[in-house]
Design a protein around this ligand. Structure first.
Ligand SMILES: Nc1ncnc2c1ncn2[C@@H]1O[C@H](COP(=O)(O)OP(=O)(O)OP(=O)(O)O)[C@@H](O)[C@H]1O
Length: 679
C-alpha cells in the first residue's frame, strides 16, 4: 500500500464497484431514475447480515408475546392518521484546493487506503424497499433511514430497558409503555450495525455519485440530544476520532469521512474517463444561537448573513470557501471544523454539539455544451452534510445559563424544521406557504426539502424506555419526511460566468487582503508559499497578471489554463486572507490584555501523540464553565486549516513527516494577566 508522505488519515478502501449504480456519464432524468432503480434492486441480504434482533432476542427487552402480528406491514399505514406538533417533544416549551488547481485525483497514494474490511458481497444497496415511485415524473422523494444506538451507561445504570427493535431491514418497532407502533423506512439499523454497514446501505454513495453528476445532494442527521448523530456522521467523539490510531479510525469513521473517501475514489476513476479535471471547493459553517459561524476560518465569522438569489437559492454570503486538492486537505478541514464547533457537556451527553454544522463540498467540472449549445459550461454539483444539534428537554438535560439559551435556540430552529417537514409532507399544505424563512437552518435546507436537491435523512434514536416520547417524535418526523418530494436538477452555469464570478471574488479578496495588511502595518505581501504550485502562480506578479489576463485562447475558446489559474489565484488569496484575519485577531486579543482588557494565553498544542481511547473531555473545545467569580470563561480552540496544512507540507516534503499536528489554542484567563505566546 502506498501512502502519501503527508497523509494522516486512513480509511477503508471501498472496493471499486462495477455495478451500474456508478455510471460515468452525466445523467439526465431517465438516467437518474434508472440509477435509483438499480440501487434498489441490489438489496441487503438478510442471510448475510444477522444483525436485526428478533423480537424475542436475548438482547431485547420487548415483551415475549410481541404485538407484531397486529401490525399491518404497509409502509404508509402507521403514521398516516395524525400529524402531531413537534411541541410534544419540547415539554419545557419552545423554550484543490485544487491549489486553484485541479483536484489531485491522480495521486493514487493519497487515496489507496487499506482494504481494512471486506465490503458486503450483497452489493451497494442504497435502499431496500421499492424503487422510486415516480415513473414518468422528475421527482425524487426524500430517503429516510433510521439508526438506533445502544443503551448508554447512564441508561443502564438507571435500569432503562430497550423499547425499540428492528424487525426487518427496513422496519422498526416501538414497544413502549405508552405506545406500540411500527414504522418502515428505506433502511433501519439496529444497535449492532457497524459504521461500515451504515455507510454501505444508507444510500450515501448514491448522493456522492449524483453530486459528481451535478446535483445538489444533502445528507442530514436528526434526533434528540445524545442519540448518535455525530457518532454516525463523523465517528465516536466527533473530532476526537481524528486523534485515534489508524485501526480505530478505519473501524469507526462515520459517514462523512467514508463518503469523502468514496468521492475521491470516484473522481479519480471518472477523471480518467472524461479527461476533464474536477475542482473541489469547500465551506464549513455552523448555526449557533441563530448566528452563522465559519468553521474553517472562525475569525471570519463577523456578519455572516444568509442571502437569496434566483440562481443560487439561499446561501451564506462571505462564507470562507476554499479549493482543496487532496482528500487529506478535506479531512483536515472536517477535523478542524469539528474542533471549532460549539460543544458542551450536559446531563444527557458529555459531548453535545450546540450548533447545526453544515459541510459543503462543491464539485466543479468544465464540460462542453451540447451540439446545438456550443457554449462551454461548468457543472456545479454539491454534497452537503448537516449534523444537526439535538432537541433537548431542559428538564432532562438540566441546562441552565448560556446552555439554556443554546437549548432554546436549538429547539426553536428544530421546531421550524419540523413545521416545514410537516407542511411539505402534506399534499394540501405543500402547495401553500412553507415557513423556510422562519429559521436560518430551514433557509439553508430549502433546496434539500422540497427543492431541487437529492436528500437523505438519518434519524437517530435512543432505544431507552426513558426516551420513549422523544424517539417516537423523531420517528414520526422521519416518517413524514418520506413523503417530501424534490425535483432534482443538474446545476450548470456557463464557464464564462463561473470565471467572471471567480474573478470578482479574487478582486474582492485582493482588496480585503490589502486592507488587512494596512491594518496590520504590513508593507509586504504575506502570501503563503505552497509546494507543488503551478510554476507561474506563486508570485504576486503572476497573480496580478492573471486577474487581467485574456480568458480566451486563440480559437476563441475559454482557456483551460486560465480557469485553472483563476482557481489557483483564488486559493492563494483565500489562504492569505485567512492568515491575515487570524493575525489581526491575535493582535486585537493581545491588545485587549492591556489594563482593562482581558488577558490571553496563546499556546501551541502538540497533537502528535495518537490515542487509542476517545476521551470525551479532550473534545471540550468550546465549553462553558462557571468560574469562581461567577464569570463564564470561554476555552476556544481555533486551529487553522490553512496554516496547519501548509506547515506539514513544507516542513516534511519527503517521506519524513512524523505526522506532527499542532493547533493554536487561545484561552481567556480571567484571573491572570499573563500573556504567553509560544510558537
Ligand atoms: N451507534 C452507536 N454505537 C455506539 N455508541 C454510540 C452510537 N451512537 C452514539 N453513540 C455514543 O453515544 C454518545 C452520544 O452520541 P453523539 O454525541 O453522537 O450524539 P448526538 O446525537 O450527536 O448528540 P448531540 O445532539 O447532543 O450533539 C457518544 O458517546 C457516542 O459515541
Amino acid at each position: 500500500m502506498l501512502k502519501s508522505p503527508v497523509e494522516k488519515y486512513s480509511l477503508i478502501e471501498i472496493s471499486t464497484s462495477t455495478d451500474s449504480n456508478h455510471q460515468q456519464t452525466p445523467m439526465n432524468t431517465d438516467d437518474m431514475k434508472q440509477r435509483s432503480a438499480e440501487s434498489y434492486s441490489s438489496e441487503r441480504s438478510l442471510n448475510n447480515r444477522v444483525r436485526f434482533l428478533e423480537p424475542s432476542s436475548a438482547n431485547n427487552t420487548a415483551p415475549q408475546n410481541s404485538k407484531l402480528t397486529k401490525f399491518v406491514p404497509s409502509s404508509e399505514s402507521f403514521e398516516a392518521a395524525s400529524i402531531e406538533s413537534i411541541n410534544d417533544i419540547y415539554q419545557d416549551g419552545p423554550n484543490s484546493v485544487s491549489r486553484g488547481l485541479q483536484t489531485d485525483i491522480s495521486n493514487a497514494s493519497v487515496i489507496d487506503w487499506v482494504l481494512g474490511q471486506k465490503t458486503s458481497s450483497t452489493g451497494d444497496s442504497a435502499y431496500r424497499n421499492e424503487p422510486p415511485q415516480d415513473p414518468g415524473t422528475e421527482k425524487d422523494r426524500v430517503r429516510v433511514i433510521v439508526r438506533v444506538r445502544p443503551l448508554n451507561s447512564r441508561e443502564t445504570e438507571k435500569s432503562d430497558r430497550s423499547i425499540l427493535y428492528c424487525e426487518r431491514e427496513n422496519s422498526i418497532t416501538v414497544e413502549g409503555a405508552k405506545h406500540s407502533r411500527r414504522f418502515t423506512f428505506d433502511s433501519a439499523f439496529d444497535v449492532t450495525s457497524t459504521q461500515e454497514e451504515v455507510f454501505h446501505y444508507s444510500g450515501v454513495k448514491r448522493l456522492v455519485d449524483m453530486a459528481i453528476d451535478g446535483y445538489i445532494s444533502t445528507c442530514f442527521a436528526y434526533g434528540q440530544t445524545g442519540s448518535g448523530k455525530t457518532h454516525t456522521m463523523i465517528g465516536p467523539g466527533g473530532a476526537n476520532i481524528f486523534r485515534m490510531d489508524e485501526n480505530f479510525r478505519i473501524k469507526n469513521f462515520g459517514l462523512v469521512p467514508r463518503a469523502i473517501n468514496y468521492l475521491f475514489q470516484q473522481l479519480r476513476e471518472k477523471s480518467h474517463e472524461t479527461n476533464a479535471p474536477y475542482y473541489i471547493r469547500v465551506s464549513y459553517c455552523e448555526i449557533y444561537n441563530e448566528q452563522i459561524h465559519d468553521l474553517i476560518s472562525p475569525s471570519h465569522s463577523d456578519h455572516l448573513q444568509i442571502r437569496g438569489s434566483i440562481e443560487d437559492g439561499f446561501y451564506v454570503e462571505n462564507l470562507f470557501q476554499t479549493y482543496i486538492e487532496t482528500m487529506d486537505e478535506l479531512l483536515t478541514i472536517l477535523e478542524e471544523g469539528e474542533l471549532n464547533r460549539a460543544m458542551a457537556s450536559h446531563n444527557l451527553n458529555d459531548t453535545s454539539s450546540r450548533s447545526h454544522a453544515m459541510l459543503s463540498i462543491q464539485i466543479e467540472q468544465d464540460i462542453q455544451g451540447t451540439d446545438d449549445q456550443k457554449e462551454q459550461m461548468t457543472r456545479q454539483g454539491k454534497l452537503v452534510f448537516v449534523d444537526l444539534a439535538g432537541s433537548e428537554k431542559v428538564k432532562a438535560s438540566l441546562s441552565k445559563g448560556k446552555q439554556l439559551t443554546e437549548t432554546n435556540n436549538i429547539n426553536k430552529s428544530l421546531l421550524v424544521l419540523g413545521t416545514c417537514i410537516s407542511a411539505l409532507s402534506d399534499s394540501v399544505k405543500r402547495a401553500g406557504h412553507i415557513p423556510y424563512r422562519d429559521s436560518k437552518l430551514t433557509r439553508l435546507l430549502a433546496d434539500s426539502l422540497g427543492g431541487h436537491g437529492i436528500t437523505l435523512m438519518i434519524a437517530c434514536i435512543s432505544p431507552a424506555s426513558s426516551c420513549e416520547n422523544e424517539s417516537l417524535s423523531t420517528l414520526r418526523y422521519a416518517n413524514r419526511a418520506k413523503n417530501i418530494e424534490n425535483v432534482p436538477i443538474v446545476k450548470t452555469d456557463s464557464k464564462e460566468n463561473v470565471i467572471n464570478r471567480l474573478k470578482h471574488e479574487v478582486r474582492k479578496l485582493k482588496d480585503e487582503n490589502h486592507e488587512l495588511r494596512q491594518k496590520l502595518g504590513y508593507h509586504l505581501n504575506v502570501l503563503p508559499k505552497l509546494k507543488n504550485r503551478n510554476s507561474d502562480s506563486g508570485s504576486q506578479t503572476s497573480m496580478r497578471s492573471s486577474a487581467s489576463s485574456e480568458i480566451y485562447d486563440t480559437q476563441g475558446q475559454l482557456s483551460g489554463t486560465t480557469t485553472k489559474k483563476i482557481r489557483t489565484d483564488h486559493e492563494i488569496l483565500t489562504r492569505e486572507n485567512e492568515k491575515l484575519v487570524r493575525k489581526l485577531d491575535q493582535v486585537i486579543r493581545e491588545h485587549q490584555t492591556q489594563p482593562g482588557g482581558k488577558p490571553v494565553l496563546v499556546v501551541e498544542e502538540d497533537h502528535s501523540r495518537q490515542e487509542t481511547d476517545p476521551s470525551p473531555t479532550r473534545r471540550m473545545n468550546k465549553s462553558y464553565t462557571q468560574e469562581s467569580k461567577g464569570e463564564l470563561s470561554d476555552s476556544v480552540n481555533r486551529p487553522s486549516y490553512a496554516s496547519k496544512y501548509r506547515t506539514v507540507r513544507e516542513r516534511y516534503p519527503d517521506d519524513t513527516s512524523p505526522q506532527r499536528r499542532t493547533a493554536t489554542i487561545v484561552r481567556r484567563v480571567p484571573d491572570s494577566a499573563i500573556v504567553e505566546v509560544r510558537r
